[in-house]
Design a protein around this ligand. Sequence first.
Ligand code: SER
Length: 314
Amino acid sequence: MKRILVTGACGLVGSDLVLALQSKFGSENIIALDLHDPPKEFQGRFEKMDVRDFEKLKSLILQYDIGQIFHLAGLLSAGSEKNPDMAWDVNLSGLKNVLDIAKDHNIRVFWPSSIGVYGETTPKILTPQHTSFEPNTMYGVTKVSGELLCQYYHHRYGVDVRSLRYPGLNGYKAMPGDGTTEYAIHIFYGLIRENRYECFLSADTRLPMMYMDDAIRGTLMLMDAPSEAITIRTSYNFTAISFTPAELVAEIRKISPDFKIIYKPDYRQKIADSWSQSIDDSQARKDWGWKEEYDLPKMTTALYEGIKERISNE
Ligand code: SER
C-alpha cells in the first residue's frame, strides 16, 4: 500500500491519530512528522521537519511514496493571537505546500478546520453548515482562508481534500496546548494534582466539544468515505456535545465532591465568546454517517482515567 503521512504528529490530535493509523495499517506504513522531537515512548517512523520547507517536504513525500496526508501541523487560537505572523505563515504556507504536492502526485489530504471560523455575525445556536464567517482571531482568518484554498484546489485541480471543523477536542495522549477550548483538559490536571483549578473562561461559556476517540473515528470515517459522498469541500460542521465549565465541574464533582474551581476569565474569554455554542452537523451525518459515542459523563470518566495514569507515569 501507499504510505500515510501525519504532520503535527506530536500534537493533541496527532498523538492519537498516529496510534490509530498504526494499528489500522501497520506501523511501517505511517510516517509521523513534527517540528519537535517525539516523546520517548514514541514507536514507529518519525521525521523531524518544518512543513513550510516545500522542497524538503516534497522529497520526503516522494521518498516514502505517500498516498494520504493528514496535515495537522498548525498553531491554535491562543497561540495564533500571540504570534499572528507566524500563524499566517505556518497555517497557510504549510497547507499550500501540502496541496501543491498533492495536486501533482494524486494524494488524498485531510486538513482540520475549526469552530474558529465562526465569528460575531454567525448564529451561535445550532450554527448551520453554510453561514456567515467573520472571525475576529488570526486563527479563524487562517481557517476560513484555508477552507477556501482547499475548495479551490478541489475544483480547479481535482485534489481529493477533505476537512472537518473540529470543535474543542479533549484527549490525554499529548499535553494540551495553546487552545481556548483546552481548559477542558487542563482542568483534569488541576483535579488530579491539587483538587483545584483556575479557569480562564467564565462558568457559563458554552462551547462545542468532543472526546478525542470520537474525533479520530470521525476523521477516519471521512477519509474512508467514497469521493462521491463528499458534498462539502470547504469543511464539514462536526460536533458531539456542548457544555460549559460549570457543567463540566458538576461532572467532576461526582468524582471529587470538594473539587475547587475559581473563574478568572482572561483574553481567551473574548475568543470563546466569538464562537458558536452548538453546531448543526447534519450534513456530515447524512453524507458519511457521522455519529458520536461519547457524552459528557463518558468523556469525563475517560479523561480522568487517562490523565491519572499519565500523571502516575511521570
Ligand atoms: N481547540 C481550538 C482552540 O481552542 C479550536 O479549534 O484553539
